[in-house]
Design a binder for this molecule. Structure first.
Ligand code: IMP
Length: 415
């Protein structure tokens, strides 16, 4: 099980890609095309949003019931990957996953515009509205594409309501039933071969002693229940939800690898205690190429936050960490690491504040660690090892992998 341990973009794709090579099945269990994974193999860059990263290694790829699927994105991604010589027939999508429909995207965009300064900064891919309809029990599921009559009927029912919202509340153009029905009929035909019972497939694989890898999207602090609400995504991103999102028992998950950058980034709005001010911000962003895979947006950059990371370890049950992009810090003579927060009442804590206002007002207390100021290739220099050891000792979790560059092979296995 691989989860993001910060606010996303920790380089999970790269770690999943690495471990996928030794796995038989790779599953996504939540989220949709809001995820953006960049994987570089032999100089070739793959950017994927909806399909599990395991497709790059030709592994069986599951999109579980807990996901939301935009058929337009999924099919175009499969077309692109097929065009580049990969086998799309390895993909199986749960019939219970929910579809992101065009009105979800339109509502996501319109509602963000309407919120103005209060906006969440979503990826505008329709994620929140699709999960909202799922919870309201008016969603359209992947299995609905298997029966043309049901699909059309559901589109008709949904549009009767959504068009009123779009026109009257958000003052944008409504959708035309015939156009949408025809378009989705087309997608339905193409999606059909990919739809199946993913829970059963995973259960059988486990029973046969195969290795199954779960690929979390987004991250701990974007979790709907435990993240920095409302600046979160609309699904449960934490490790426990992998079981629920795929449809297996929680006791089947053996190991949880948390992926954290050696610093922190965040896209979208919301509190961010260790956000860097001044010239170093630009430096980290440029060195780390911190621009969104899905949206191209500039990412906000901060120093490593051990208070937030300790929380991620707790809520995910992380058994080891992969620390990525350590090479970005090679440029700094001294590296601040946040070890505690000072709260409004002057007290200091190593534990993530339970109350949102305490977190909003939290002041980071830094320890300055010595930089190594040399490129990282091959074995880690002593001070880089010291940085990693400091993380391990502070969190009482081992760091098993360290990322030192974008390519697949730029990973140092410490254990
Ligand atoms: P949504 O998931 O599009 O609704 O966006 C909600 C919040 O999650 C926003 O702050 C997004 O920037 C953030 N978010 C969603 N997906 C990702 C991701 O893959 N990486 C980083 N942030 C993400």
């Amino acid at each position: 099980m691989i989860v993001g341990a910060q606010w996303g973009d920790e380089g999970k794709g790269k770690i999943v890609d690495l471990l996928a090579q030794e796995s038989d099945v790779v599953c996504r269990y939540q989220g949709g095309p809001n995820a953006g994974h960049t994987i570089i193999v032999e100089g070739e860059t793959f950017k994927i949003r909806q399909v599990p990263s395991g497709i790059i290694s030709g592994k069986t790829c599951v999109i579980g019931a807990g996901c939301v699927v935009d058929p337009e994105v999924l099919l175009s991604e499969l077309d692109e990957l097929t065009g580049r010589g990969l086998d799309a027939s390895v993909v199986l999508v749960s019939g219970n996953a929910h579809l992101i429909m065009p009105w979800h995207v339109a509502i996501d965009q319109a509602s963000e515009r309407r919120l103005g300064e209060l906006q969440i900064g979503t990826t505008r891919r329709g994620i929140g509205p699709a999960y909202a309809d799922k919870a309201l029990r008016i969603g359209i599921r992947v299995q609905d594409v298997l029966e043309a009559k049901i699909l059309r009927q559901k589109i008709e029912v949904a549009l009767a309501e959504k068009n009123v919202w779009l026109e009257r509340v958000y003052e944008v153009e409504p959708f035309d039933l015939e156009e949408i029905a025809a378009r989705y009929e087309g997608y339905a035909q193409r999606l059909r071969p990919y739809v199946g019972d993913t829970s059963l497939l995973v259960e059988r694989a486990l029973r046969d002693g195969r290795d199954v890898l779960f690929e979390g999207a987004q991250a701990a602090l974007l979790d709907l229940d435990h993240g920095t609400y409302p600046f979160v995504t609309s699904s449960s991103t934490i490790a426990a939800n992998a079981a629920a999102g795929v449809g297996i028992g929680p006791n089947r998950i053996e190991r949880v690898i948390g992926v954290a950058k050696a610093y922190v980034t965040r896209v979208g709005a919301g509190p961010f205690p260790t956000e860097i001010e001044g010239g170093d911000h630009e430096r980290v962003r440029e060195l780390g190429a911190e621009y969104g895979t899905v949206t191209g947006r500039e990412r906000r950059c901060g120093w490593l936050d051990l208070v937030a990371l300790r929380y991620a370890v707790r809520i995910n049950g992380i058994t080891s960490l992969a620390l990525t992009k350590l090479d970005v810090l090679s440029a700094f003579a001294e590296i601040p690491v946040c070890v505690r927060y000072r709260l409004r009442d002057g007290t200091e804590t190593e534990d993530f504040p339970a109350h949102q206002s305490d977190f909003h007002a939290a002041e980071p207390i830094y320890k300055l660690l010595p930089g190594w100021e040399e490129p990282l290739d091959g074995e880690l220099p002593g001070k880089a090892r010291g940085y990693v050891r400091f993380v391990e000792e502070s969190l009482e979790v081992e760091v098993s992998l360290v990322g030192t560059g974008a390519e697949r092979e730029r990973v140092v296995a410490l254990r």
